[in-house]
Design a protein around this ligand. Structure first.
Ligand code: NDP
Ligand code: HSE
Length: 436
């Protein structure tokens, strides 16, 4: 039987020419000789689909490549790179590309977290690749390590700072005492946060990444709807100051775990002990901490966003899928054989720090301790500090207690009962403590 000769060039279609797409196009051009040597075939950028081809672009972009007809562009491509974002038309274009025999590289976490399996199934049937390293934590290699390097191990837990904007905001609050709104405004001025920062500060971006990581780590389909999500909008300057006083830093974490109840994925602000490696992740950087049975603890650190860092991850995937087209074969397909149940958020077990305002009089601490014990929650440590300025002649104090591990439902019951005590003036904050 005659063998099919390896192609000497591959047709690459780029969907999107924004923050990431511009850098992908630049690297494809600037590094074309190196890329050809690494792949064994030239990567010819045959077109760049945009919404509006008439608007000014970075001077590195060859305007002759721009088109508003993405549908026609993907037809006949060997590799389609999708960096346009959103669910539609990205999903339809990628399915059209796959049906036409193209391999696909995407940075689109929102699409993968909502409907990744539709793409993976289509790619499996067509015998092509879907690669998406850039969809989680930008430049940081994390998809490939979880999907391939750790494929022989059993991952127990993934704990990540996967959103640079919120890490920058929390870091500014901690280091400069800024209020949340001021820190968000600063992040916008520096170009970290979008004009509408909702996806970042409300945790949607991190939740999409958590869904992708949990699916990979636990060989189970996890969508963004399965992720319990809480953003950073309720974090106050007082919370940040108290975190420091108790030896912690507040981070927005994505936490993926497997337990007897199944797979859980959650995103929320949490207190991280100051000595934990994730506590030292500053500014807009990302880091993912993986706990695996045989490998032990691993940490992946770097830039989680930005045009060039994200383009680096995209290009790495492009080289991989291009090599498969030149040499034959394909990369790993979706692995969902374990099909673990999705554990309800209320089953998550962790430690908590609760800060309440109480009337500072004899017996109050004992009342609070009794309520906690009645809910089978165990206190690990308690601190008290006076609140300046008393109300109606009643001296008030902050009472801050940290629990041992407890379920979310037990903690919620405890906090509700504490709030009902006469001596309790208010629940000031309830934060989970992770990483210890
Ligand atoms: P941008 O908004 O900067 O760019 C989007 C590009 O897609 C634009 O060029 C836009 O065209 C084009 N586009 C959008 N909709 C359409 C459409 N319907 N038809 C044709 N073209 C369209 O996004 P980013 O570069 O920031 O992000 C791209 C993807 O990468 C997203 O999925 C994002 O989540 C992901 N990502 C981004 C990171 C980052 O740091 N920015 C980091 C990691 C992942 P036009 O220019 O004409 O408006
Ligand atoms: N907006 C994201 C962040 C980058 O701040 O990390 C894209 O995932």
């Amino acid at each position: 039987m005659a063998t099919v000769p390896a192609p000497s060039a591959l047709r690459v279609a780029l969907l999107g020419c924004g923050v990431v797409g511009t850098q992908v196009a630049r690297l494809l051009t600037d590094q074309s000789d190196d890329l050809a040597a690494r792949v064994g075939a030239r990567l010819d950028l045959v077109g760049i689909a945009v919404r509006d081809a008439s608007v000014p672009r970075d001077p590195s972009i060859d305007r002759a490549l721009l088109t508003e007809d993405a549908q026609t562009l993907v037809e006949g491509a060997d590799i389609v790179i999708e960096v346009m974002g959103g669910i539609e038309p990205a999903r339809s274009l990628l399915l059209h590309a796959i049906a036409g025999g193209a391999s696909v590289v995407t940075a689109n976490k929102a699409l993968l977290a909502e409907d990744g399996p539709t793409l993976y199934r289509a790619a499996d049937e067509a015998g092509v690749d879907v690669y998406y390293e850039a969809a989680v934590a930008g430049a940081i290699p994390i998809v490939r390590p979880v999907r391939e390097s750790l494929a022989g191990d059993r991952i127990q837990r993934v704990l990540g700072i996967v959103n640079g904007t919120t890490n920058y905001v929390l870091d500014q609050m901690a280091t400069h005492g800024l209020a949340l709104d001021d820190a968000v405004r600063q992040a916008q001025e520096l170009g970290f946060a979008e004009a509408d920062p909702t996806a970042d500060v409300e945790g949607y971006d991190a939740a999409a990444k958590a869904a992708i990581l949990a699916s990979l780590a636990f060989h189970t389909r996890v969508t963004i709807d399965d992720v319990s999500r809480e953003g950073i909008t309720a974090v106050t300057a007082d919370d940040v100051a108290w975190a420091r006083q108790t030896g912690h830093v507040i981070k927005l974490l994505a936490i993926c775990e497997a337990s007897e109840a199944g797979v859980s994925a959650r995103v929320h602000p949490a207190l991280v002990p100051a000595e934990h490696p994730l506590a030292g992740v500053r500014g807009a950087f990302n880091a993912v901490f993986v706990e695996a049975e045989a490998a032990g603890e691993l940490m992946f650190y770097g830039r989680g966003a930005g045009g060039a860092p994200t383009a680096s991850a995209v290009l790495g995937d492009v080289v991989s899928v291009a090599r498969h087209r030149v040499l034959g074969g394909k990369g790993p397909a979706e692995s969902h054989y374990a099909q673990l149940p999705i554990a309800p958020a209320s089953s998550a077990v962790t430690r908590y720090q609760v800060r309440i305002a109480v009337s500072d009089r004899p017996g109050v601490l004992a009342q609070v301790a009794q309520v906690v014990a009645e809910h089978s929650v165990s206190i690990e440590a308690v601190r008290q500090a006076p609140i300046e300025g008393s109300q109606d002649g009643v001296t008030a104090a902050h009472l801050v207690f940290t629990t041992h591990h407890a379920t979310e439902s037990a903690l919620a019951g405890t906090v509700a009962a504490i709030a009902d005590l006469d001596a309790v003036q208010g629940i000031l904050s309830v934060l989970r403590v992770e990483g210890s």
